[in-house]
Design a protein. Structure first.
Ligand SMILES: [Zn+2]
Length: 181
């Protein structure tokens, strides 16, 4: 009797597993796209970059951003740069090779480092600038004011990123490199 019960239980589990792993469950548990970033060429800004990436991971569901393993290629690379911060426009997809230049000019001017990181990564996620704009807008960038320390995207910016990744992986239509500030 015991063996028979185990067999029935196993059969029930086999039937129920596909239901648990159906599309609805996947949509809630797994992001549509996972991309990677590298900060090995901008180590003086690692703390800000880590915080800026965490902001995005905390606010969007359709894309997950992971730091790449040491020595591995990344879809988005931060590079320390003497100029003004700028980035190649996404939305970054797995296999891409986009760059963010973490510009020292804005650092020296006193702009918030985490806001710089999350703003520039907003470009990697496909968001254009929204200038001029208030501090509450992440993509208003420097026009939010030098004292603006808001590194969190607003509702419209979050919705736009969710839309960019809602369909899962798709090669970017725009293959030319577009650099935005
Ligand atoms: Zn910008």
């Amino acid at each position: 009797m015991l063996r028979r019960s185990v067999q029935v239980f196993a059969a029930t589990m086999a039937l129920s597993v596909p239901l648990l792993a159906g599309p609805a469950a996947l949509a809630e548990e797994a992001p549509a796209v996972t991309i990677t970033y590298d900060d090995s060429q901008a180590t003086e800004y690692t703390e800000a970059i880590t915080a800026g990436i965490a902001v995005w991971n905390d606010h969007v569901d359709n894309v997950q951003i992971n730091k790449v393993e040491a020595g591995q290629r990344a879809d988005v690379s931060f590079v320390a740069d003497p100029g003004w911060p700028r980035a190649e426009l996404g939305p970054a997809m797995p296999g891409d090779d986009l760059t963010i230049w973490f510009g020292k000019q804005a650092v020296d001017d006193g702009y918030n480092l985490t806001r710089i990181a999350s703003h520039e990564f907003g470009h990697s996620l496909g968001l254009p600038d929204a200038k001029p704009g208030p501090c509450s807008s992440l993509m208003s960038g420097s026009t939010g004011g030098v004292d603006c320390d808001n590194a969190v995207p607003n509702a419209e910016e979050i919705a736009a990123v969710e839309e960019n990744y809602a369909g899962g992986f798709k090669p970017r239509q725009q293959r030319e490199v577009v650099v935005v500030g």
